[in-house]
Design a protein around this ligand. Structure first.
Ligand code: PGA
Length: 251
């Protein structure tokens, strides 16, 4: 199974800064290999400026798309517009959008469906809050999120997607899940996908305070197939070090 290191730039960088970061990533040797694909997900406004600087070595993804093909949706971006500017991937259901835009699992599933129909591979995010973990309901929360998304998207779409497990309490906090905590949930996710007849070869990425310091222990886990990296993806040396760790883990 192919492994992934995906950078989620969130709402950061102008075109000039973005070009500089991609050039620095190339200079630091952050590039895809046969085993590990490197993907960056910049904001919409810089995608076309990066089209010529990306491609095989670093693939482009977006951070969101709309459920509809096109039409009267002021302020929205369609999946087809993303393929038009060179995207091959799109993140759907990030917890920041669940929180700020009130996205629910059915909507996220419909976004994944549209994305795949338009030629994008969805990166579907799930994750529990701190409160849910403390209540001991992580498993049922993740399972319910997956079911809501798969019911809306279809098993076929889920089978062609990438799943990202991002515990909400680990995002941007510097408090990454331990490799044991992550492995346990990743295993659950894989088994749950299997129980719904979905291939066990769907990549499951971990996200939440991944750094070059903790990447290696995460990548050693049997059910972790890569990382979705936020903060550290904005620093070329850090992101390149995470990519190098992945290439070493899956050489
Ligand atoms: P972080 O973000 O690496 O800054 O914790 C991860 C994400 O939100 O995808």
């Amino acid at each position: 199974m192919k492994k992934y290191v995906v950078g989620n730039w969130k709402m950061n960088l102008t075109r000039a800064d973005a070009r500089e970061l991609v050039s620095a990533l190339h200079a630091n040797g952050a590039h895809s290999t046969e085993q590990v694909s490197v993907v960056i997900c910049p904001p919409f406004t810089v995608l076309s400026a990066l089209q010529e600087l990306t491609g095989h070595s670093i693939a482009l993804g977006a951070q969101n798309c709309h459920t509809a093909e096109k039409g009267a949706y002021t302020g929205e971006i369609s999946a087809q517009m993303l393929t038009d500017v060179g995207c091959a991937y799109v993140i759907v259901g990030h917890s920041e959008r669940r929180r700020d835009q009130h996205e629910d699992d059915a909507l996220i599933g419909r976004k994944a469906h549209r994305a795949l129909a338009s030629g994008l591979r969805p990166i579907i995010c799930v994750g529990e809050s701190l409160e849910e973990r403390q209540q001991g309901i992580t498993h049922s929360v993740i399972t319910a999120q997956l079911n809501g998304i798969i019911d809306a998207a279809s098993e076929e779409v889920a089978a062609s997607s990438i799943i990202a497990y991002e515990p909400v309490w680990a995002i941007g906090t510097g408090l990454a899940a331990t490799s044991e905590q992550a492995q346990e949930v990743h295993r659950d996710i894989r088994l749950h996908l299997q129980s719904r007849g979905i291939s066990t070869t769907v990549p499951i990425l971990y996200g939440g305070s991944v750094t070059s310091a903790n990447a290696s222990s995460l990548f050693d886990c049997p059910d972790i197939d890569g990382a979705l990296v936020g903060g550290a993806s904005l620093n070329a040396a850090d992101f390149a070090a995470i990519v190098a760790t992945a290439q070493k883990a899956w050489a």
